[in-house]
Design a protein around this ligand. Structure first.
Ligand SMILES: C[S@@+](CC[C@H](N)C(=O)[O-])C[C@H]1O[C@@H](n2cnc3c(N)ncnc32)[C@H](O)[C@@H]1O
Length: 405
């Protein structure tokens, strides 16, 4: 988990960051034929305004994930202590910054598209209200609470803060949704499916055959001499219950209480809930990382991408940072558009596309050999960079890289 250096303690050169970013005012330099993958180097407000003029993009982005600054009033540095980006807008200014950008995102989204906004507890409620206004409260699909780091020795007189949040909205009621499941663990299987059917050896659990609410139709009628319990109805019609019983799918207790058997081998897994505990950003020294501060867990991004897009869909992250969303999208065979206004972010992304990530341990002992991540390296030549300067295909010795090195 990255913690910024508070503005009051930071003694870097703010003007230098601003100067860098001014130099990098967005201008497209190269487009690779039909290839939709693009990396923009500039303020996403300008980038998105420009994308709106592009008929192949406007209204066609299926999924936007953003992880913007969180209004921490800090400066974030890489593991090698390079200033990466500033997070100095707070209060009204911050909300205004987000409003301008969320409005453009809505226009860029396809009618069945989704947007995920990752924030912490500082601004999540302000931005929830803003997104209700922009996307419509009816299009709020949920708020994921993510465990971002291990428990820590919290020095404030409060509860340890180990969560952040992802707001999930869609543009309409009709949106791409691929239900995601977690795999069963042995421990959970034993707890949830404790029985084994003698005849078949199949593992199963026993569930009630009734559900809350009275019904006047078939499911409210007598079955095998029994009415549903008070205030309840049968989950199936008496005919269907007979069929289940004939197939051996009803378990009868010694006191004559029927329960339905639900088999483990018919389960897709555990439907994903809105508390995510498995996607900590940096777990241990072996975690693969770019060294960029606030780099997100790539498996978390894959979950989001799998849930809200299909293969070949166009995905955008216009606060791309170290490019986690872009690499996840690429690995899942989606097309992508990325943007970042930070020189360090662009440098890190290009390095990630070219060389992959390193373990945290290697970042600490940075003289160790870089590990090439095969999946990332196939990205070479498969994306377009837009920025100042000229581009020559197949080469990474771009003017912008010279500028950055
Ligand atoms: C929290 S980081 C994103 C980290 C990213 N999710 C990752 O996994 O590495 C926020 C990023 O937004 C970028 N940023 C901030 N304001 C921006 C703007 N107006 N336009 C484009 N990028 C911006 C910063 O340079 C920074 O890299």
């Amino acid at each position: 988990m990255a913690t910024g250096v508070s503005k009051t303690k930071w003694n870097g050169d703010l003007q230098a960051i601003v100067r860098d970013n001014e130099q990098l005012a967005y201008r497209p330099i190269w487009q690779n034929g039909n290839d939709e993958n693009r990396l923009y180097y500039g303020d996403n407000l300008t980038v998105m305004n420009d994308l709106l003029k592009d008929g192949s993009v406007r209204g066609r982005i299926r999924l936007i994930y953003i992880d913007p600054p969180y209004a921490t009033n800090s400066v974030f540095q890489t593991r090698k202590r390079q200033d990466a980006y500033t997070d100095l807008l707070t209060g009204e200014e911050y909300v205004d910054f987000m409003r301008k950008r969320l409005l453009l995102m809505k226009e860029l989204l396809s009618i069945d598209g989704s947007v995920y906004v990752h924030l912490d507890n500082k601004m999540v409620f302000h931005i929830k209200v803003l997104m209700d206004e922009i996307f419509g409260a009816g299009n709020f699909r949920g708020m994921i609470t993510r465990k971002k780091c291990k428990s820590k020795n919290f020095t404030k007189n409060s509860f340890g803060n180990i969560s952040d949040y992802i707001l999930f909205y869609t543009k309409s009621n009709n949106y791409v949704w691929n239900k995601q499941y977690e795999q069963w663990t042995d421990e959970k299987i034993l707890k949830e499916y404790p029985f084994i059917e003698e005849a078949t050896d199949r593992r199963y659990k026993r569930v009630p055959i009734h559900a809350p609410g009275t019904r006047n139709g078939e499911t409210g009628k007598m079955w095998r001499g029994m009415l549903p319990p008070e205030g309840k109805h049968w989950q199936f019609t008496p005919d269907k219950l007979d069929e289940l019983d004939r197939n051996g799918e009803i378990y009868w207790s010694s006191t004559g209480n029927p329960r339905r058997k639900v088999y483990l081998d018919e389960s897709n897994g555990i439907a994903l809930q809105d508390i995510w505990l498995d996607y900590l950003d940096i777990n241990n020294q072996n975690t693969q990382t770019t060294g960029y501060p606030t780099e997100k867990n790539i498996d978390m991004l894959k979950r989001i991408i799998l849930s809200s897009s299909n293969k070949s869909d166009l995905i955008m992250d216009c606060f791309a940072g170290s490019g986690t969303t872009l690499v996840a999208a690429d690995e899942l065979e989606r097309n992508w558009i990325g943007a970042d206004m930070g020189a360090e972010a662009i440098k890190v992304m290009l390095n990630r596309f070219q060389n992959g990530t390193q373990t945290l341990d290697e970042h600490i002992n940075s003289r160790k050999k870089t590990q090439i991540n095969k999946t990332a390296s196939h990205l070479i030549g498969n994306y377009t960079i837009y920025a100042n300067g000229n581009y020559s295909e197949g080469e990474f010795n771009l003017p912008i890289l010279n500028l950055l090195s």
